[in-house]
Design a protein around this ligand. Sequence first.
Ligand code: PLP
Length: 382
Amino acid sequence: MIATELQWTLPVYPQLPIEPLSGHGVMLRTTDGREILDFYGGHAVVSLGYGHPALSAAIRAQSETLIFQSNLVPLDVRAGAVEALARFAPAGLDRVFLVNSGAEANENALRLAFRQTGRKQVVALKGGFHGRTAAAAAATWGCSESWYGFPQTPFEIAFVEPDDSQALEKAVGMDTAAIILEPIQGIAGARALAPEFLRAAHAFAGAAGAILIFDEVQCGMGRSGYPFVASMHGVTPDILTTAKGLGGGFPTGAVITSDRIADPLANGDLGSTFGGGPMACAAITAVIGAIRDEDLLGNVRKLSAMIANTCLTGPITAIQGAGFLLGLRTGPPAREVRDELLARNILTGTSADPHVLRLLPPLTLRQEHVEQLAAALGEIVT
Ligand code: PLP
């Protein structure tokens, strides 16, 4: 089956040697009958796990009622989703633009910053990842070597070391349109930025008249144990982007911002055919409803603490990150630990750091799953 897929697709994804057929809760069932505990959640997308009754019912019902209409017409289901998302976001971020992916959200956030400021430069962080479209990729660390793929970047970009407030202050000036950063760097290995650094970024952006963008595509939507990392630290950016867990598996993303940035916009300034489609909106409302009704933020905080207390064992030498975006620092290469865990029916992920294993489980994870992970790690001989 893997060979058949490769025959018809572009050879751009290294694939794992398992073939999931179905999922229930946080478990995947493979074609050869294995039951695999999913601590990776499809790159942080499967926020409610597999077969969540409310999400499945919302998607099914919407597909039968009205599968699509564009932004040419107002929709009740869209009104519900954007209101729920604005209420879920930090106070002051009350205006939503719906798109289809994380990269598209960041592309539009940067576009808004250029529009608002009339400036040309962006400051981003070393280790940051923002997506593979032109602007998002240009703000991604290592873009010229590996992520970019276009002949030139569309704007000037400066990269500074995470948590180096002095370097950030130097890089931000009267040419700076935006500072863009992930408050917890995901692909870099679940690296949580210091709250003081986030506050400094907020102050420098404010003083220079630049737009502060928090990319919460991976760390947002409850994954940190708070609605957003911005909410956790009480630092509100000018623009917040999110995607991945937002639709629980249905592709969707969002740019969330303030009246100050939204009000000057006019018809046609931004656009997206599929963004804000009714299926995505039904999924967003169901995801936010489940996070609230099942106290998933409390669950994330409780079980994240349990992982920190019990999984520092076997090949794991330290644990970083927050909530359910965790980086387990490994003695041996993380890839080897991932393979050992997969042999024990636990799926985890790697990161850009060869010694950090990434955990991005569904927010519906339970205590027994953490116990299973801790036991499996304890068995791995280093
Ligand atoms: N921003 C962050 C922090 C991400 O982790 C990702 C994807 O991994 C993106 C943006 C890009 O999102 P997408 O793949 O949905 O375009």
